[in-house]
Design a protein around this ligand. Structure first.
Ligand code: COA
Length: 374
């Protein structure tokens, strides 16, 4: 039997802070190939999907593994209770909190049973844009707008947000952004969704947890900071001096570098193509491209051994601005896109479920006793 001075047993099992490099699952949904700059959904490269597909087709592909040419996914109407829950929030609420509240209310009123199904995934993915658009209107004192079932998710979201149909170019650009943001392996929010699902909890709880994880600035990213950076730089002529100063102060250039990608982020490449097709941001794009060239050159000089390339946020900023979204909706719009990936992982988790329960190394005090304890 251990006496009062027995230390904790030596635990020399390998430990990786942040689980970096740890394989915590197997998936057939997507390959994130950081060294070669490839992102592949069910075998198909992201650039090819964005050029030829729609978000509805990509979502079906992620959920089922099948390419459904006729796939159509419209925004779902909100129940009175979901609308009431959004009206109850302060207008100053973070839109991510509003989205999480709407999904939580939907979960409470529909009680989606475990195991999660593709039907449930479709329902939650179709609900999310309506909820975010409703909150964006309610906080301005406007009434929510009922969805138009003939529109796809991106066009339907813009319609419910603005009260009028977006032009084809903007709707298509947002649809492309949704495809690019739909899935990205075992990132923090997707892993959260899988951990929750593995306890046999429901899909609404898994998505609420995922939204919570995505809300953190280290994950949800900051394309709005790319916008401020380009505003500060102002003209291509200012770029070199501005970047030199920023790097000399030890600052990071927004929209560059990535934990996984050592090559050019394939999502940035896909979104750059989309941005190039948007006439209303031509001036902005000229500046963005000129600054990017100089930034890549300066980052290569600064860190010759660690490739720092353009990441997805750089051209996300351009596309979402061109679509006309307010910057404070950028992170929650990312959540709308990621809904397909989160729910695809929920479905994959239930198909071969095992409770996710890693171990922790104890580094606290040895066993001790309260004064006078018997
Ligand atoms: N600008 C300048 N230097 C950068 C940089 C950037 N955008 N990103 C990384 N670095 C440098 C770091 O300063 C560090 O240099 P050091 O070793 O001399 O200290 C080195 O590269 C490694 O940085 P580290 O924080 O370990 O890299 P990471 O893989 O953990 O970071 C990001 C990934 C995305 C957090 C990081 O690249 C970053 O902060 N980028 C800017 C913000 C951004 O665009 N976020 C959106 C990501 S999708």
């Amino acid at each position: 039997m251990a006496d009062a001075t027995t230390p904790a047993p030596v635990d020399d099992r390998p430990y990786s802070p942040g689980l970096e490099g740890v394989i915590a699952g197997e998936t057939t949904i997507a390959l994130v190939d950081g060294n070669n700059g490839r992102l592949i959904y069910r075998g198909y490269p992201i650039g090819e999907l964005v050029r030829n597909g729609t978000y509805a087709q990509v979502a079906e592909l992620l959920w089922t593994g099948e390419w459904v040419a006729q796939a159509h996914l419209a925004c779902a109407p909100l129940s009175d209770r979901v609308i009431a829950s959004l009206r109850n929030l302060p207008a100053s609420s973070h839109p991510m909190d509003a989205l999480r509240t709407a999904i939580s209310t939907w979960g409470a009123e529909t009680s989606p049973p475990w195991p999660a199904t593709v039907e449930q995934a479709r329902a939650i993915t179709a609900l999310a844009p309506s909820a975010l658009a409703a909150f964006a209107r309610i906080r301005q004192g406007l009434d929510p707008i009922a969805p138009d079932p003939s529109l796809g998710l991106a066009a339907g979201f813009l319609y419910q947000l603005n009260g009028s149909r977006a032009d084809e170019g903007r709707a298509r650009a947002l649809d492309a952004y949704f495809m690019v943001g739909a899935e990205h392996g075992f990132n923090a929010s997707t892993f959260t969704a899988r951990v929750i699902t593995a306890t046999r909890s429901d899909i609404a709880s898994a998505v609420c947890g995922a939204i919570g994880a995505l809300k953190g600035p280290l994950h949800g990213g900051a394309p709005s900071e790319v916008v401020s950076q380009l505003h500060e730089i102002g003209t291509p002529e200012n770029a070199a001096a501005w970047i030199d100063d920023a790097l000399a102060r030890g600052e990071r250039l927004m929209g560059f570098g990535h934990r996984v990608y050592r090559a050019y982020d394939p999502r940035a490449a896909a979104l750059r193509e989309v941005a190039e097709g948007m006439g209303n941001i031509a001036e902005w794009l000229r500046l963005a491209v000129a600054v990017e060239d100089i930034a890549l050159q300066k980052l290569a000089e600064k860190s010759p051994d660690r490739p720092l390339k353009t990441n997805v946020e750089y051209y996300t900023a351009a596309v979402l601005q061109g679509v006309g979204l307010p910057p404070d909706l950028f992170p929650s719009t990312f959540a709308l896109a990621r809904m397909a990936g989160w729910t695809a992982h929920v479905i994959e988790q239930v198909a071969a479920n095992r409770l996710i329960r890693p171990d922790v190394r104890y580094i606290g005090p040895s066993e001790r006793h309260l004064p006078g304890a018997v």
